[in-house]
Write a protein that binds this ligand. Sequence first.
Ligand SMILES: NC(=O)c1ccc[n+]([C@@H]2O[C@H](COP(=O)([O-])OP(=O)(O)OC[C@H]3O[C@@H](n4cnc5c(N)ncnc54)[C@H](O)[C@@H]3O)[C@@H](O)[C@H]2O)c1
Length: 258
Amino acid sequence: MKRLNDKVAVITGGASGIGEATVRKFVAEGAAVSVWDLNQQRGHRLANELSGQGAGCDFRKVDVVSLKDVTEQTAAVRETFGRIDVLINNAGITRDATLLKMSEEQWDQVIDINLKGVFNCARAIAPVMAEQSSGVIINTSSVVGIYGNFGQTNYVASKSGVIGMTRVWARELGRKGIRVNAVAPGFIATEMMKTVPEKIEEDLLAVVGSEANATRSLSGKVMQKIAELVPSLVGGSADLAPSTNTFLKAYEAITTLF
Ligand SMILES: NC(=O)c1ccc[n+]([C@@H]2O[C@H](COP(=O)([O-])OP(=O)(O)OC[C@H]3O[C@@H](n4cnc5c(N)ncnc54)[C@H](O)[C@@H]3O)[C@@H](O)[C@H]2O)c1
């Protein structure tokens, strides 16, 4: 018996990086997965590859910034799969600059996708879960949302905000049978991190400690670990085995909050 048999999951930003690893893991664990992303090429390729496996996988071009888009696709996923059990709010971007150089556009883009996008998806999908009296929402924060980081005013504000929203929803939605949690990855070498300037990366590594250096070279494995952990959260039995990576440390720190 696979851990996620009969579960239907929406994974935002699922076309690459941590999201893609999570999509693969969910399908392997028996879930039906709807990948929501802007990257049509990668999204379609992934869904085509996985659609014949397990309970299946589809791709929908969704901009999480648009509540209209998100609401329409929520209805469409429900129509296709009959229910929605899991929402992984994973889509996110960086637009780094120090405060003195940060433009209004850089601020708005990051807050729109990383913060409003998370609100939009939860706002649209939580009512479906409330009707079912069950569901799990997992929001993706970051270790910098806890510690702060040089050159990331917008990103840190968004990721701290995600922790705040998670705390609120854990209280508001818990009574409706919906569990809400957050994960806080450390440094993982995905497409997103290629855009992060070296100085900011160095400061992040200084903040999260030397284990992050190991994390860098082991990024594939770490990503896999995250992808493995997320289904555990859905099943309510988070595997918090002793770890050697930053993500799990941050994860442990954050889960003590709920
Ligand atoms: N990589 C890291 O070191 C790291 C560390 C901490 C937290 N995170 C968080 O993990 C999540 C995934 O990051 P990643 O490193 O895998 O990045 P990534 O760039 O590989 O993946 C992000 C995905 O989000 C999608 N996306 C961007 N804007 C979108 C929008 N408006 N609507 C729908 N989809 C959109 C992108 O197309 C992409 O496929 C992000 O929330 C990120 O902030 C990453």
